[in-house]
Ligand binder design. Structure first.
Ligand SMILES: Cc1cc2nc3c(=O)[nH]c(=O)nc-3n(C[C@H](O)[C@H](O)[C@H](O)COP(=O)(O)OP(=O)(O)OC[C@H]3O[C@@H](n4cnc5c(N)ncnc54)[C@H](O)[C@@H]3O)c2cc1C
Length: 407
């Protein structure tokens, strides 16, 4: 009988195991992970940017913003102590017209409201941009000097090692496929029929988290949709067009993950992306995934409502064009990096899949969602910049559990 069983050895489940074992002596904690290694899904397949929260609206994304801000110091110190990659490349958010520049002014306000120091995010004129990134075309930009290229997979593995030393048991290669709640706790059944018992369950299963919540009869009002983010590796002369991340201002705040950027990875590689193509399954890294089973997942009405939104359908078509033709993807980035050459962007890079929650009105839910039963807590919609904010969010979950007397 464990005190806590966490489903999911991604960055969130692992950070939670680390924090729980650090702060509660003698507590029996297990992490159940279906893969043989941690961070095999979203946590190891992302843009690798430790995001500073300048672009997060404190009203609608307050939790993500607060956790990214609070985690920054932890990650910086942890990377130093463990000798993990930490490349403070910075991000230039480029405005293509005056409306976008006005939005950057809003970002500057948000950066301060979210607790960033004044000098971390600076508004630049087109002239000033030219002096630091001569190949970038824009009417002005916001420069965040502290955005950092990291390896979230390496962070997760290091947290796992520390958590293990603090007594956490990592049960690997076991897919949970049934969960039953009774008056003393939870019984978790894995694919091989083995049962694990726990006083309290925390569901951090990323792309499978909603499915597990539905098994337990909660969060039934929500559906989720999967979007695959694909990158193209930038080679040749194009790889040196910029020395920092270049983002453009999202055109659709509701679908803010849709606009591709030029990214500098922690090892110096550069990539463009990601796309956000709708796919049918949380692990559909190639092809379409399991079309019919995803469409039939309940509740169907949420997805239907979203799919009658013509703007959403138009954006989906555009995203698929970018996957089918590197030229289409490159042309989107050329709007702010006109010298980028198609022939330098032909090799596929990383691909990761996000699971975005859709409510009954057919709208994307902007914030992380927590749902509880008597003996379980389910973390849903833990999307970008979730990797950046994982240590602080893990602490937030602990406080949440303490309030409910679970810890
Ligand atoms: C394309 C893309 C780019 C991104 N870029 C960034 C970025 O630059 N910066 C940033 O901060 N964030 C970024 N994010 C978001 C970030 O990667 C996620 O918020 C974060 O990794 C989520 O971590 P997690 O632990 O919740 O999920 P995951 O990493 O998906 O972990 C969940 C784990 O649960 C396991 N699991 C699932 N079902 C079961 C089961 N039944 N039994 C046992 N185990 C199970 C899975 O195998 C998996 O290991 C990006 C996301 C995407 C998709």
């Amino acid at each position: 009988m464990y005190d806590f069983a966490i489903i999911g050895g991604g960055i969130l489940g692992t950070a939670l195991a680390y924090q729980l074992s650090k702060e509660s002596d003698g507590t029996k904690i297990a992490v159940l992970e279906k893969e043989n290694e941690v961070a095999q899904h979203t946590s190891g397949r992302n843009t690798g940017v430790l995001h500073r929260p300048f672009y997060l609206d404190p009203e609608t994304k307050g939790k993500f913003a607060r956790c990214a801000q609070e985690s920054y110091g932890f990650w910086k110190e942890y990377a130093r102590a463990k000798g993990l990659p930490w490349k403070e490349v910075g991000t230039l958010e480029a405005a293509l017209d005056d409306i976008e520049y006005a939005r950057l002014k809003k970002y500057k306000d948000w950066s301060l409201q979210n607790g960033m120091a004044d000098e971390e995010a600076r508004l630049l004129s087109a002239e000033e941009v030219r002096t630091i990134e001569p190949k970038v075309r824009c009417v002005g930009a916001l420069l965040c000097s502290t955005d950092t290229a990291v390896d979230f997979g390496a962070f997760t593995r290091a947290l796992r090692d520390d958590a293990k030393q603090q007594g956490v048991q990592f049960i690997m290669g076991k897919a949970v496929n049934r969960v039953r709640e009774n008056h003393t706790g939870i019984e978790i059944e894995c694919g091989d029929g083995e049962i694990t018992r726990t006083r309290y369950l925390i569901n951090c299963a990323g792309g499978s988290a909603l499915k597990i919540a539905h098994w337990m009869g909660v969060a039934r009002d929500y559906a989720d949709l999967n979007f695959r983010g694909e990158y193209l590796i930038v080679g040749g002369a194009s790889a040196r067009l910029a020395s920092r991340n270049i983002y453009c201002v999202p055109r659709h705040s509701e679908f803010s993950f849709l606009d591709p950027h030029f990214v500098v990875r922690h090892d110096g590689r550069t990539e463009i992306g990601p796309t956000a193509v709708p796919v049918f399954g949380a692990y559909a890294y190639r092809g379409l995934g399991k079309v019919w089973s995803k469409i039939a997942e309940r509740p169907v009405i949420n997805k239907l409502r979203l799919c009658v939104n013509p703007e959403f359908l138009r954006l989906c078509a555009q995203e698929w064009r970018s996957v089918l033709s590197p030229r289409a993807m490159v042309s989107r980035v050329q709007k702010f990096l006109p010298d980028l050459r198609v022939e330098d962007c032909v090799t596929r890079g990383t691909a990761g899949v996000r699971a975005s929650l859709v409510d009954q009105k057919g709208q994307f839910v902007p914030e992380v969602v927590e749902v509880q039963t008597a003996h379980s807590l389910h973390i849903l919609n833990y999307n970008s910049p979730g990797a950046s904010g994982a240590p602080a969010y893990a602490k937030e979950i602990m406080r949440y559990l303490q309030k409910g007397d679970a810890v």
